[in-house]
Design a protein around this ligand. Sequence first.
Ligand code: 5GP
Ligand code: ZN
Length: 138
Amino acid sequence: MKDETCIFCKIAGGEIPSATLYEDETFRVILDLGPASRGHALILPKDHYADLCALDEQVASKALGLAARIGAAMKKALKCDGFNLVQNNGTAAGQTVFHFHIHVIPRYEGGPQIVSWEPGTASSEELARLAEEIGAAL
Ligand code: 5GP
Ligand code: ZN
C-alpha cells in the first residue's frame, strides 16, 4: 500500500527521481540528500509503513539481510572501515519522515562520531525492575 502524501512512497516508487544504488520488487535503496558521511544510504520499502512497529514481518526479515549487503558493498566500493545501521521510530527518536527506513551510514577511521552517547548508570535493582516492566508488556 502507498500513501499518496508520503515523499518516500514517491521516491521508492520512482515517481520522484533519486540516486538509486539498488532496487528490487520490495525495496529501493537511495543516497540520503543530507548525508551524515560519504555514501550514507537509506533502505526504503516500496510499500508504506510508518515505522518499525507497522512493518510487515516478511519485509522486516528481508531488510536486515539487505542492510548487510549494502554495508558490505560500501566497504568494498568506498573503502569505509565500518558502518552503522540507524533506524528511528517516533519524533522523540529523531524520525522526520514517517515511512519506515533504515539508514546505512559508512564510517571512516578518524572520522566524526556519528552515533554515540555518554553511558549512564543504573543499579542492578533498577535494571531488574525495568526488564520486568518491559517484558510484561510484550
Ligand atoms: P529520519 O530522520 O526520518 O530517520 O531520516 C530521514 C532522512 O531522510 C534524513 O537523513 C534526510 O536527510 C533524508 N531525506 C529527507 N528527504 C529526502 C529526500 O527527498 N531525498 C533523499 N534522498 N533523502 C531525504
Ligand atoms: Zn510512504
